[in-house]
Design a protein around this ligand. Structure first.
Ligand SMILES: NC(=O)c1ccc[n+]([C@@H]2O[C@H](COP(=O)([O-])OP(=O)(O)OC[C@H]3O[C@@H](n4cnc5c(N)ncnc54)[C@H](O)[C@@H]3O)[C@@H](O)[C@H]2O)c1
Length: 346
């Protein structure tokens, strides 16, 4: 089988923790080059993954004719310039989220890549989670009726010592870092775009210049009202990473189904008929059914899907334009807190 030959820019973080190991299991992908800012680290990663080339300079990597595509997993502030650099050398791009510091910068990257004829996908790998895919299918099949309510909660314990806490490098806090995944999942699973947004973004537990607590209220085109909560101030040990949808004929309740592991529990109630009004309200707390997961490696699925698009011309499952749209939503969410307003998303 023909393989897409990847070069990795910023190979030492999530790339090393998750994505390159996912690439190692992918049937249509090969890692040929890695780039890190420190030479020893670059060489260590090259050897670890048996890649041919190690670099400390991103331009050297993208110049290499043996590289077909790049995976960019550097801090957010580097993304736009590195993506444009890759496009200059005709390399297709899998770009980590958030794809740029702002939606305006994201639009510039998209326009630049279109002009250079390269494809850009965003790193929303959670779309490839087993329970996420089951939820999307159930909603599309109308199994929970009209979806009226959604909730996502994603957290990280981040007291100090990370580029994410410096707004100049990250662009924002828990909403920018983790909320983007959740907002994307809301739109992806419901198959409906956000029409209105308002939010509270605050730094309540720590002392840094990005938010450690964010609650975003979303209204979707299909009428569903959704809440996305993200925090940097809840320890992983107490987290649940919930994703839930309720509709006129059922529910989908996910427990620990967002995150980097494909797993967790998905509980569903599907009603065949719309029930009558019941003044006694005796029926809450239905046990529901546990949906079985077809668990795998989300990062493997992500890169296989991307490689299939590049090699065989199938549409990208996660076009970067979706990430730019999500970024517009979060920018309005930030503004809504500052201006005490609710915004329409155009
Ligand atoms: N999709 C996911 O599962 C997921 C998970 C975590 C992070 N991310 C995203 O991946 C990106 C990186 O986050 P992280 O958690 O890996 O951060 P990290 O700090 O753990 O790793 C970033 C790596 O980039 C390197 N680096 C720094 N400056 C660089 C430069 N100028 N050029 C190339 N490399 C450089 C660092 O040495 C480091 O090894 C962010 O956009 C983040 O939001 C995605």
């Amino acid at each position: 089988m023909k393989k897409l030959r990847f070069g990795i820019i910023g190979a030492g973080g999530i790339a090393d923790r998750r994505t390159i190991p996912g690439m190692m299991e992918a049937k249509n992908v090969e890692v040929v080059a890695v780039m890190e800012i420190n030479a020893d680290n670059a060489e260590r990663l090259r050897a670890k993954y048996n890649a041919k080339f190690a670099y400390t300079d991103a331009e050297e990597l993208v110049k290499n004719p043996e590289v077909d595509a790049v995976y960019i997993a550097s801090p957010v502030v580097c993304h736009a310039a590195q993506a444009k650099l890759a496009a200059d050398y005709g390399k297709h791009i899998l770009l980590e989220k958030p794809i740029a510091m702002s939606s305006e910068q994201g639009e510039e990257v998209l326009a630049y890549c279109a002009q250079k004829g390269v494809q850009v996908a965003a790193g929303f790998m959670m779309r490839f989670g087993s329970h996420i895919m089951s939820m999307k299918e159930a909603v599309a099949a109308g199994k929970i009726g009209q979806v009226v309510s959604g909730y996502a909660q994603f957290t990280l314990w981040l007291p100090d010592g990370n580029w994410r806490l410096d707004k100049a490098k990250s662009g924002g806090g828990s909403l920018m870092d983790m909320g983007v995944h959740c907002i994307d999942l809301m739109e992806y699973i419901l198959g409906s775009r956000i029409t209105h947004v308002t939010a509270l973004n605050e730094t309540v537990a720590f002392d840094y210049n990005v938010e450690d607590s964010s609650t975003v209220l979303l209204r979707m085109a299909n009428g569903a009202q959704c809440v996305v909560q993200t925090n940097f101030n809840i320890p992983d040990e107490v987290s649940k990473w919930r994703l839930e949808f309720f509709g006129t004929r059922g529910r989908l309740m996910g427990d620990t189904i967002i995150g980097q592991n494909d797993g967790g529990k998905l509980n569903a109630v599907y009603m065949d008929e719309v029930p009558d009004y019941d003044a006694a309200q005796d029926h809450a707390d239905a046990e529901g059914i546990e949906i079985e997961g077809n668990f795998g490696n989300m990062y493997t699925r992500e890169v296989e899907s991307f490689a299939d698009s590049i090699l065989n011309g199938t549409p990208l499952e996660v076009p970067a334009s979706d990430a730019v749209h999500v970024q517009k939503v979060i920018e309005l969410a930030y503004r809504s807190t500052e201006e005490n307003r609710i915004f329409e998303v155009k």
